[in-house]
Ligand binder design. Structure first.
Ligand code: HEC
Length: 135
């Protein structure tokens, strides 16, 4: 009975995490949006350029930004090159596309190294923020 109770507790804890960061990868993409609310491109842009949020400009050039890193391909025109589904996977967990990438997995909580206690179990971006960035 104790075993069963702890299994149920673990399953419940697992479910809570799984609900937080659940998505299905098909090929090199996540076809289904992570939220029912569509992404908001203006909010997404501020996440992309904000150092406290996505901080994508640490590595990527982004049109309209003057300060950016250059260790990654420019994001100019990436929306025409990749589909929303492909962008969603690259933002959520780009290691699924390039295993050795230095790009953070923005929507993953498992298998990470050196996570500060305050951030354990939390993705860097919320599901809605991922959708905003994709937009
Ligand atoms: C620490 C550096 C770093 C940060 C921060 C970073 N990326 Fe990346 N990203 C990369 C690198 C490097 C690649 C090239 C893929 C690889 O590593 O093989 C890449 C690839 C991509 C691609 C695929 C580009 C293509 O042309 O195929 C997209 C889209 C992307 N990143 C979006 C983002 C967004 C959006 C953010 C912020 C939420 C972000 N990246 C933050 C390093 C970074």
């Amino acid at each position: 009975m104790v075993v069963l109770a702890s299994w149920v507790a673990c399953a419940a804890a697992g479910l809570a995490v799984a609900q937080q960061v659940r998505f299905e990868v098909v090929g090199d993409a996540i076809p289904a949006a992570l939220t029912s609310e569509p992404g908001d491109a203006a909010r997404g842009r501020s996440i992309v350029v904000n150092r406290d949020a996505g901080a994508c400009t640490l590595c990527h050039a982004v049109p309209g930004e003057r300060a950016f890193g250059n260790i990654a391909p420019t994001l100019a025109g990436v929306g025409a090159k990749l589909s929303s589904a492909q962008l969603r996977l690259r933002v959520a967990d780009s290691t699924r596309v390039s295993p050795d990438t230095p790009m953070p997995a923005y929507y993953r909580t498992e298998g990470l190294k050196q996570v500060a206690a305050a951030y354990l179990g939390k993705p860097i971006l919320s599901a809605q923020q991922v959708e905003d960035v994709v937009a």
